[in-house]
Design a binder for this molecule. Structure first.
Ligand code: FNR
Length: 345
């Protein structure tokens, strides 16, 4: 059998390695302690988890972040992800659509993305491109899956460690053009190294209205690409970037006009609540959904995240709140380490 191009093969390796390195907990979230009221004065029935997501009101603040697409072998997993998203009314981002732009002629490549829209015809779906594609190509990706929003991923450290990665990270003017020219809202996201307040200011100046900090602590693409790279060792970069909490504390969502989403290493409803308390308006999960689907049926995975959402609702009530917006009033304490991210830029 002819060997498939490395860009297609990489998609399979990412799925395999994300599972190989998967951790069920993320200790970096212990650096923030919530101060819950002993007298919450709420009942669970009063809790509404609704949030605004790219100008639409959605029933919960959870979304499934970008993972895969781009070769025939991943179509089945994208179909499963789309079934989970449809059943729970969660937005779903497809993985990078670079392979669609490069290899649309190869059998199964376009279909691996299209299956998501076919399986979830009315759901909120996000296309996903890298920061160097043209605005025209970005629009092509949106059109292929009739996406309601477009994610642009920024992943300098990942590209650096990937032996076949790009070595140029000049992206800002292109991001501005994409924002101006595509027909849907744009979200700029990292892939697990986080962002700083300066990044958010820059992105706001480029017209970006939605930013996903995607911090360290969960899926680690430096680790994944280092495992794939047989020429050079980049293990010294393993802890590159900011954790999701470090990013949130540094960025201070309420000081920005852009909507800030948090993802990267969210492994429990409590991790999610902590992000919402710090002002994130939505919280994304990638590998936890993949992990469930790798080990269980779609039905079991749906039930698992249904319970997760119920526990999120319970936590909101325990904190004396009735809405996601109320959570920003909850008191908390940061560890001395985390507190430094508030004061030092
Ligand atoms: C990803 N992620 C990702 N992000 C992106 O913007 N485009 C992509 O193609 C991919 N591909 C991809 C493959 C796999 C297998 C995983 C697990 C993840 C990154 C993802 O969207 C997210 O930012 C990080 O995974 C951090 O979240 P978790 O996994 O810690 O919840």
């Amino acid at each position: 059998m002819p060997k498939q191009p490395i860009d297609l093969q990489r998609k399979l390796e990412h799925l395999f390695l994300a599972e190989k390195f998967y951790q069920t907990t993320n200790p970096t979230f212990e650096e923030l302690k919530l101060l819950p009221p002993a007298l919450p004065e709420t009942t669970i029935d009063q809790v509404q988890l609704t949030t605004t997501f790219c100008n639409q009101t959605l029933p919960t603040p959870l979304y499934i972040n970008a993972m895969t697409g781009g070769c025939a072998q991943v179509t089945a997993i994208n179909q499963k992800l789309a079934r989970v998203a449809a059943a729970l009314h969660l937005p779903l981002a497809v993985g990078s659509m670079s392979n669609y732009l490069k290899y649309a002629g190869i059998s199964g490549v376009s279909e691996s993305y299209e299956i998501v829209r076919q399986t979830n015809p009315h759901g909120f779906i996000l296309a996903n491109v890298s920061a160097h594609v043209s605005a025209t190509d970005a629009q092509k990706c949106v059109d292929l899956i009739q996406a309601q929003a477009l994610q642009i991923h920024v992943n300098a450290a990942q590209e650096m460690v990937m032996s076949e990665g790009n070595r140029g990270f000049v992206w800002q003017e292109n991001i501005r053009k994409i924002v101006q020219q595509v027909s849907v809202p744009v979200v700029v996201k990292e892939v697990g190294c986080g962002m700083t307040q300066k990044d958010v200011w820059h992105l706001e100046q480029l017209g970006v209205q939605n930013i996903d900090l995607a911090g360290r602590g969960g899926t680690n693409f430096v680790q994944i690409e280092n495992e794939r790279n047989h020429q050079q060792d980049y293990s010294f970069l393993q802890n590159w970037g900011l954790t999701t909490l470090e990013s949130l504390v540094n960025v201070v969502p309420k000081q920005h006009s852009a909507t800030i989403w948090a993802s990267g290493g969210i492994r429990s409803p409590l991790d999610a609540v902590k992000c919402l308390v710090l002002g994130a308006s939505a919280v994304g999960l990638a590998a936890p959904v993949l992990h469930q689907l790798n080990h269980h049926s779609v039905e079991h995975t749906i039930q698992y995240f249904h319970t997760w959402l119920q526990q999120l609702r319970e936590l909101v009530a325990l904190l004396g709140c009735q809405s996601i917006q109320d959570l920003t009033q909850v008191s908390y304490r940061l560890s001395p380490h985390l507190a430094q991210y508030q004061t030092q830029n």
